[in-house]
Design a binder for this molecule. Structure first.
Ligand SMILES: Nc1ncnc2c1ncn2[C@@H]1O[C@H](COP(=O)(O)OP(=O)(O)OP(=O)(O)O)[C@@H](O)[C@H]1O
Ligand SMILES: [Mg+2]
Length: 352
């Protein structure tokens, strides 16, 4: 049927610390929030982005989805990490169809895995600014066995995984919808999660550089445990502002600040690397998200290091919701944690 509304999906982000779920309805010219949920995962359920303990994740995802009483079983989810390669490449100008036909062959020289072992996807960005005979393309390759573990997990939950996205592109989606891209601006989007940080630099709204940093919020816990002799539970409690025996707020603050600095130093390295490899183009503004962006010192530390404005993404900025159904304070406080899931929920069936 022509002009039929595209079918909605449930956005489910399986992070290393928790599963986040968002459902959005299409409303006049935008989206309305219609479902939301978060559930913690056991510590070793996901390691290095890979599914280690499938059955406990299945239980968590099933409970989350069932609690929402949604009509659809269709899911958009995302992956990231070592098994996913994102490259910006240049190719002679060709059509989408020609690209489709030659992608296997073209990809071979850019992908460090056997081509038969990966799922490939691409997005044509457009002609190159310096050479009009070339076009810029984003090439994405994900290891098949890695992807199929995620597909199998959702099927085991009785769900239909329909869209397989990449974490940093889901964040980009949220940025597009809520902030809109400006033709000539260069912005960096940084998702700071529990075990990794994903950097995505956009020029004029298009991704030109991505990088995964394999360290995140659990670095706080490790430092708190090591330096203050806390167990993991107490480390998480004091990290979130609570109290534990034999440690003062000052002791915690000092360890937290040091950990913040080493995390933001890693981000700075990536941003510097982008500048050094792209004819000294400078990032003009930085948007941060993920649980770690809730640590207030992260924003100021990044601003000091990078010398540009840093803003925490509000994934609900342009999304309407019914105040009877959702607690506005919870939404504001937890926004950064839901960004990836919100970006996934904005996808529609048939999207790539
Ligand atoms: N208020 C807060 N203060 C400090 N840390 C916080 C706060 N809220 C969340 N975090 C930390 O943020 C991390 C969780 O963030 P998030 O949900 O974005 O990660 P994830 O998606 O599970 O992990 P990843 O994306 O790395 O797989 C945890 O390390 C958690 O302790
Ligand atoms: Mg995450």
């Amino acid at each position: 049927m022509l002009f039929q509304k595209k079918k909605d999906v449930i956005g489910i982000d399986i992070g290393s610390s928790s599963v986040k779920m968002v459902h959005l309805k299409e409303a006049k010219g935008g989206y309305q929030l219609s479902g939301l949920g978060l559930a913690m995962l056991p510590a070793e359920a996901i390691v290095d982005n890979a599914i280690m303990d499938s059955s406990s994740i299945v239980d968590v995802v099933k409970d989350l989805v069932e609690s929402q009483k949604l009509k659809t079983k269709n899911v958009a989810t995302s992956i990231s990490g070592h098994s996913v390669i994102i490259r910006k490449i240049q190719l002679p100008i060709m059509t989408e169809e020609e690209m489709e036909a030659s992608i296997q062959w073209e990809a071979e020289q850019y992908i460090p895995f056997e081509i038969s072992e990966v799922n490939l996807d691409f997005q044509i960005l457009g002609p190159d600014a310096d050479d009009a005979s070339l076009m810029n393309v984003i090439l994405v390759a994900a290891k098949k066995d890695f992807v199929s573990d995620y597909v199998a997990l959702f099927k085991e939950c009785g769900l239909n995984p329909q869209v397989m996205d990449i974490d940093c592109f889901a964040v980009e989606n949220v940025y597009d919808v809520n902030y809109g891209a400006n033709e000539d601006e260069i912005v960096a989007l940084i998702d700071m999660g529990a075990s990794s940080m994903n950097v995505n630099v956009l020029r004029g709204g298009m991704s030109v550089f991505t990088r995964d940093i394999q360290v995140g919020g659990s670095a706080y816990n490790e430092e708190l445990q090591k330096r203050l002799g806390l167990n993991n539970e107490d480390a998480e409690i004091v990290k979130l502002g609570g109290e534990a025996p034999d440690v003062t707020a000052e002791m915690v603050a000092e360890v937290m600040d040091d950990a913040t600095e080493s995390l933001t130093q890693e981000v700075q390295r990536s941003i510097d690397f982008f500048s050094a490899t792209s004819s000294d183009e400078k990032v003009q503004k930085v948007f941060i998200t993920g649980g770690v962006s809730k640590v207030s010192a992260v924003k100021s530390s990044l601003e000091n290091r990078l010398g540009v404005e840093v803003q925490v993404i509000d994934p609900w900025r342009q999304i309407t919701f019914n105040e009877k159904d959702f607690d506005i304070e919870y939404l504001q406080a937890m926004g950064p944690v839901y960004t990836v899931a919100a970006g996934l929920a904005m996808r529609r069936m048939g999207d790539r």
